[in-house]
Design a protein around this ligand. Structure first.
Ligand SMILES: Cc1cc2nc3c(=O)[nH]c(=O)nc-3n(C[C@H](O)[C@H](O)[C@H](O)COP(=O)(O)OP(=O)(O)OC[C@H]3O[C@@H](n4cnc5c(N)ncnc54)[C@H](O)[C@@H]3O)c2cc1C
Length: 379
C-alpha cells in the first residue's frame, strides 16, 4: 500500500498552500482531490487578503504571480441609519489595509508553484473514509487505499455532514456574488454596508468592483433571477449617491453558515481551512485565518523530530492556534448577528458603535489590526 508522510485531502487554496509551505521539509507529501486537477482555477470568488496574508504569500514566493488590487480605505456604514466609520491604511503606515485577489488566480499560482516543486496532486480521487491507527491513517479512495503518518483534511465545508463534533449555526443567508463596473472608478476603497437583509460588501478588484451581496435564501432566489439592469438598479439603491455602477456581470451564490470544529486535531489528523472552520464572509476572514493556521502548522512540522503525526506535535499546533481561531470565529459571528437585523434599539446601538469606531482611535485600531493581521496582530 503506498505510504506517505503527509497526505493532504483537498487541493483547494488551503490544501495547496500547506503543501507549498512544506515544500522544503523533506516530507513525502501527496495531495488528493475529488475534482480534476486545476478545477480550483475556475473559482469565481474574490478574496480580500489582509496585510499579514500578503507577507505570508511573499514568503511562499507566489505574491508576484497574483494580480492583487490594494484596498486603501474601508468605509463601514449601515443603510438607512446614521453612523459610519472609515479605516485608512495611511493611519497605520502601510500601503494598504489589504488586497483583493481572484480566488482562481490564487489557485493557479499555487498549482503552478506545486508543479514546479514536484509535489504531486492526484485529481479525480474522492476520499470516502479515514481510519486512524497507532502509526498510520488509512484513506479509502474509489480505486484503492493509501496510508499516511499524518492526514491534513482540507476538503472544504462538507454540506450535510452531521459529525457530532461540529458546532453549527445556520445564518439563513446566501451570498450572491458578481462583478460590477463603477462609473467613477473605485479609488481603492472597500465598502461594507450593513442592510437589514445582511451585509453588502463592495471590493475594488482590478478596475471593477467585486460584490458580495447577502440575502435570505428566498431573496437570493430573486436576486439570481433578476435581469442585469434590474439587479444593477437594486444594487444602486443600496448605495444612493455614494457609489454608481455602470453595469453588473453574471451572479453566483453560496449558502452561508458558521460550522467549526472546536478541536482542529484528532489522531494523526488535522483539519484546516473550511474543513476546520467555515465562516460567514462578512469580514473576509476565512482564507486569512486558514493561512495563519497553515503557516503555524508548517512551522510546527518543520520543528518536529521524526513522526509528523505524533500526538504532542498536533497538540502543540492546536494550542498555538486556539486564541486566534476562537477570536476570529467570535468576531465574525458577532458581526453577522449584531448587524443582520432591523430591531430598532440594536440599529441605534450599531449607529452609536460606528460613530464610536470613528471617534475612538483605540476601537478603530482594534478593528483595523484584526482586519490586517488577525487576533494576535500576527505575524
Ligand atoms: C462568498 C464568499 C466570499 C468569501 N470572501 C472571502 C474573503 O474576502 N477573504 C477570505 O479570507 N475568505 C473569504 N471567503 C472564504 C474562502 O473562500 C474560504 O476560506 C476558502 O475558499 C476555503 O478554502 P478550502 O481550500 O478550505 O476549501 P475549498 O475551496 O472548498 O476546497 C476544498 C477542496 O477539497 C476537495 N474535496 C472535497 N471533498 C473531497 C474528498 N472527499 N476527497 C478529496 N477532495 C475533496 C474539493 O474538490 C476542493 O478542491 C469567502 C467565502 C465565500 C463563500
Amino acid at each position: 500500500m503506498p505510504r506517505h508522510d503527509l497526505i493532504i485531502v483537498g487541493a483547494g487554496p488551503v490544501g495547496m498552500t500547506l503543501a507549498l509551505a512544506l515544500k522544503d521539509s523533506g516530507l513525502d507529501i501527496l495531495l488528493v482531490d475529488a475534482r480534476a486537477r486545476g478545477a480550483a482555477r475556475h473559482d469565481p470568488r474574490v478574496l480580500a487578503l489582509s496585510h499579514g496574508s500578503r507577507l505570508t504569500l511573499e514568503r511562499l514566493g507566489i505574491w508576484p504571480q497574483l494580480q492583487a488590487t490594494p484596498i486603501e480605505t474601508i468605509h463601514i456604514s449601515q443603510q438607512g441609519r446614521l453612523g459610519r466609520s472609515l479605516l485608512t491604511a495611511a493611519d497605520y503606515g502601510l500601503p494598504a489595509m489589504g488586497y483583493v485577489v481572484a480566488a482562481g488566480n490564487l489557485a493557479a499560482a499555487l498549482d503552478d508553484a506545486l508543479a514546479a516543486a514536484g509535489i504531486p496532486i492526484q485529481g479525480d480521487s474522492p476520499v470516502s473514509s479515514l481510519t486512524a491507527g497507532a502509526d498510520n491513517v488509512t484513506l479509502k479512495l474509489a480505486d484503492g487505499t493509501l496510508e499516511a503518518r499524518l492526514v491534513a483534511c482540507a476538503e472544504g465545508s462538507i454540506q450535510g455532514s452531521d459529525a457530532p463534533e461540529l458546532v453549527e449555526r445556520d445564518y439563513a443567508q446566501h451570498a450572491v456574488i458578481s462583478v460590477a463596473t463603477p462609473v467613477e472608478g473605485h479609488a481603492h476603497r472597500a465598502w461594507e454596508r450593513f442592510t437589514p437583509q445582511g451585509p453588502l460588501a463592495v471590493l475594488p478588484c482590478g478596475s471593477d468592483c467585486a460584490i458580495v451581496h447577502t440575502a435570505s435564501p428566498a431573496e437570493a432566489d430573486a436576486l439570481m433571477a433578476e435581469g442585469d439592469d434590474a439587479y444593477r438598479a437594486r444594487l444602486q439603491a443600496h448605495f444612493g449617491e455614494r457609489l454608481h455602477f455602470a453595469s453588473v456581470g453574471p451572479r453566483a451564490r453560496y449558502p452561508l453558515l458558521l460550522r467549526y470544529r472546536p478541536d482542529p486535531v484528532g489522531p494523526r489528523t488535522v483539519w484546516l481551512g473550511n474543513a476546520a472552520q467555515t465562516l460567514h464572509p462578512v469580514a473576509g476572514q476565512g482564507y486569512n485565518l486558514a493561512l495563519r493556521d497553515v503557516w503555524a502548522l508548517a512551522q510546527v512540522l518543520l520543528r518536529a523530530d521524526g513522526d509528523p503525526g505524533a500526538p504532542d506535535t498536533l497538540a502543540r499546533y492546536a494550542s498555538e492556534r486556539r486564541l486566534d481561531r476562537q477570536g476570529t470565529i467570535r468576531f465574525t459571528d458577532g458581526l453577522v448577528r449584531l448587524f443582520s437585523n432591523a430591531i430598532t434599539p440594536l440599529a441605534h446601538a450599531r449607529g452609536a458603535g460606528l460613530f464610536a469606531l470613528d471617534l475612538l482611535p483605540p476601537a478603530r485600531h482594534f478593528v483595523a489590526k484584526r482586519m490586517m493581521f488577525g487576533a494576535r496582530a500576527w505575524p
